[in-house]
Design a protein. Structure first.
Length: 178
């Protein structure tokens, strides 16, 4: 996926997570999500972030190659565990949680465009999702459109279903505000 697509998916993921109440609403959360959505491609100088930080991208690219360690779900999981262990679970509801969510959205978004080594360093085999889409092609555009529709639809649905108490149970009623 292109950097622009990753940013859009990162923003949509953060908006959906905020609407669900998983993340606090703040500028730091949005910035964390955008930065996290670009961070895995720091392993190549041709990426949006790597182009601006060549001094970081070159050594990482030489050590691991593109879509190596920076696209590992295991390493992301380890980072989340360390974040919770050293900073507390509350860190996941702010900017750091948004950064992790943006990072995860990047990894998932790259799965249909060639796959990712999700289990790196245990396995370097790439795991792909169907349908395959070429980066920058019409397939990526269609996947992006479907993903954004789903994520913004989730955010809209979360904001429009207000729990109300009637009689013996809780029912959902459409609200008028988002």
């Amino acid at each position: 996926m292109t950097g622009r697509s990753h940013v859009l998916i990162g923003i949509a993921s953060v908006v959906a997570a905020c609407a669900e109440g998983w993340l606090a609403v703040s500028p730091f959360v949005l910035i964390g999500g955008v930065f996290g959505s670009l961070l895995p491609d720091i392993d190549t100088e041709r990426s949006t972030l790597g182009h601006r930080c060549k001094w970081v991208a070159r050594p990482i690219g030489r050590m691991f190659g593109h879509r190596g360690a920076t696209h590992s779900g295991l390493l992301l999981g380890l980072a989340v565990v360390c974040l919770v262990y050293f900073g507390g679970a509350a860190r996941l509801h702010g900017g750091w949680g948004a950064l992790c969510l943006g990072y995860a959205s990047h990894i998932v978004a790259d799965m249909p465009t060639g796959g990712v080594p999700l289990l790196y360093p245990v396995s370097k085999s790439r795991i792909s999702l169907w349908p395959y889409a070429r980066t920058g092609g019409i397939g990526e555009f269609l996947l992006l459109l479907c993903t954004l529709t789903g994520l913004f639809g989730l955010a809209w649905w979360s904001g429009h279903n207000v729990p109300i108490r009637q009689g013996s149970g809780i029912h959902l009623q459409r609200g008028l505000s988002f």
